[in-house]
Ligand binder design. Structure first.
Ligand SMILES: C[S@@+](CC[C@H](N)C(=O)[O-])C[C@H]1O[C@@H](n2cnc3c(N)ncnc32)[C@H](O)[C@@H]1O
Length: 248
């Protein structure tokens, strides 16, 4: 996704301080305790973009703690301002990268994880960058509780079909697999991308993966990427692409 640089990003970020987590690494293992002890669940969205889904989902479930991760501050600012405009107090944002999730969250800390319309990274050369690659799914295993779920949506047929083979390799049982989520009318909260593609007539794919025990546990290989620290440095970084048709 290419994002235009936002004007006044830094003062706008400062105004969103109440819902922005400055040092997510320091909250590892105590997100609920520090932010919302009464929360019945902790749900994490990876790559929230401009946050339509984040804001509406958090609004609908005020007893759930939501954490939204996004590595492009120019997108995340829009998401944070949306949540502030709604007066939400159960959603917080991390300016960071999915590759570092095990540094942000302790084992079993997350109940549910959303991956919505992630970049398809066409061509096998970049397959490992896809957020549904087996190695990313193994990374998520390390923070999800047993039985915890991943909810995945995509407009990209090739990415979706490829992902369906990745989930079982990482110990996730698939359910609710559909290739036309809104075929009989809109279902669930839409994301910004989803609304755009749906209006263009593109069918939306969705599935749920539930973490089941594996013996032995799959080996986790740290994912090459950023080192610890805010991914965008708070100054407005452009995404490095990944759009277009997936060829698998
Ligand atoms: C195609 S957009 C979709 C945005 C939103 N989920 C939606 O459906 O409207 C993908 C988003 O994921 C973010 N993203 C991609 N890789 C990421 C990573 N490794 N860590 C955090 N965010 C990431 C991008 O910056 C971008 O905002």
């Amino acid at each position: 996704m290419r994002m235009r640089k936002k004007k006044n990003l830094i003062p706008r970020m400062e105004r969103c301080a109440p819902c922005r987590v400055q040092d997510g690494f320091a909250l590892r293992g105590r997100w609920r305790e520090a932010l919302m002890p009464s929360a019945r669940e902790l749900r994490l969205e990876i790559g929230c973009g401009k946050g339509r889904f984040s804001a509406e989902t958090a609004e609908q479930n005020p007893d759930v703690l939501y954490i939204a991760l996004e590595r492009v501050p120019d997108a995340m600012i829009v998401a944070m301002e949306r949540c502030q405009a709604k007066g939400l107090t159960n959603i917080f944002f991390i300016d960071g990268d999915a590759a570092l999730l095990r540094d942000y969250f302790a084992p079993d800390e997350v109940d549910l994880l959303y991956i919505n319309f992630c970049d398809p990274w066409p061509g096998m050369k970049h397959a490992r960058r896809r957020l549904t690659h087996e190695q990313f799914l193994i990374l998520y295993r390390g923070i999800l509780r047993e039985g915890g779920q991943i909810h995945f949506k995509s407009d990209n047929h090739d990415l979706f079909e490829w992902s369906l083979f990745q989930f079982p390799k990482a110990g996730f049982v698939l359910s609710d697999v559909t290739r036309d989520l809104h075929g009989e009318g809109v279902r669930g909260v839409m994301t910004d991308y989803e609304e755009k593609f749906h209006l263009l007539g593109a069918p939306i794919n969705r599935c749920v993966g539930a973490k089941e025990p594996m013996d032995p546990e799959p080996e986790f290989h740290p994912i090459a990427g950023p080192t610890r620290g805010p991914a965008g440095g708070g100054t407005g970084q452009e995404d490095d692409g990944g759009g277009g048709e997936t060829k698998t």
